[in-house]
Write a protein that binds this ligand. Structure first.
Ligand code: MEV
Length: 304
């Protein structure tokens, strides 16, 4: 027997440091953010099965439904998102996770947490090709995490001594993860030693940032975020607009600012312990929307 309708919810995420190099096995620090995405699944009663959603989401729904033994055409699926889509803030991972949670309730097939995560990972790959899993890990775990893809224990919960206020600024240029990740892979395959060194150097920055975070040394953490942005620039995933936003944030007092997520557009994060609002205003003056999010200890959202 199936539920009349079922809702799954999942959080967005932010990568503090380590995007891209995390795909190659280096560590990343990421966190869930207090913005959610909600998927509602109900039996279809005529009309467009999935409402107004894109092709990749359709494909993801079809795959996920089949894994639960449900004919995709029999479903109506609605998505409501507080997470800006395609901005590097984990909307694809949140969609995948919320969808699996909703389908599990709808079909009355409860799953263990690990099964939810592995099914959501399969679905996330519809969007990303070969995602490292960091976005999903942050959404599933909540709080601030250390993530190392090939480690025996890939997710470690980090406990910053104080909650961390982060400015998240949107470039207004949505982008997919697939393109920047696969173009960087092409460059890596052409010059594996050179790009491998840059990934390892980024890993060293992330390892140092873990120490700064644990010590509550936000000036140092900010410097390391700046170093990470320099390396992302060297990897070729930043853009003139992103660089301009980073400069604006630093001029307005941020101790650290960098792109977050896959780059090529998307979003910037800034750490401004002495005045996040000044950074928000400086960005707004130049037409960039931003908001402040508080990263704190674990508080998983939307689990079953
Ligand atoms: C995307 O949010 C983060 C990337 O490192 C890709 C991934 O880890 O799958 C760019």
């Amino acid at each position: 027997m199936k539920e009349a309708s079922a809702v799954g919810v999942a959080s967005g995420k932010v990568i503090l440091l380590g995007e891209h190099s995390v795909v190659y096995g280096e560590p990343a620090i990421a966190a869930a953010i207090d913005r959610q995405l909600e998927v509602t699944v109900r039996p279809r009663s005529g009309g467009n099965p999935y409402g107004a959603i894109g092709n990749r989401q359709r494909l993801a729904i079809a795959r996920a439904a089949q894994r639960f033994g449900i004919e995709p055409e029999t479903l109506m699926v609605e998505v409501r998102s507080e997470i800006p889509m395609g901005c590097g803030l984990g909307s694809s991972a949140a969609f995948s996770l919320a969808l699996i949670r909703a389908l599990s309730l709808f079909s009355r097939k409860p799953l263990l947490d690990g099964e939810v995560a592995s099914r959501a990972a399969e679905i996330e790959n519809v969007f990303h090709g070969t995602a490292s899993g960091v976005d999903l890990a942050a959404a599933v775990q909540g709080g601030v995490i250390w993530f190392e893809r090939f480690s025996a224990a890939p997710i470690v919960e980090l406990l910053p001594p104080e909650p961390l206020d982060l400015v998240i600024a949107l470039s207004g240029k949505p982008r997919g993860t697939f393109g920047p990740v696969s173009r960087l892979r092409d460059r890596y395959e052409r010059f594996p030693k050179l790009y491998g060194r840059m990934f390892r150097l980024t890993g060293d920055v992330v390892r140092s940032a873990r120490i700064a975070l644990a010590a509550g040394d936000l000036e140092l953490l900010g410097s390391l975020m700046n170093a990470a942005h320099g390396l992302l620039n060297a990897l070729g995933v930043s853009t003139p607009t992103i660089d301009r936003m980073v400069r604006l944030a630093r001029s307005a007092g941020a101790v650290g600012a960098k792109l977050t997520g896959a780059g090529g557009g998307g979003a910037v994060i800034a750490l401004a312990p002495r005045g996040a609002e000044a950074v928000v205003s400086a960005l707004a003056e130049e037409g960039f929307e931003s908001f402040v999010t508080r990263l704190s200890v674990r508080e998983p959202k939307g689990s079953q």
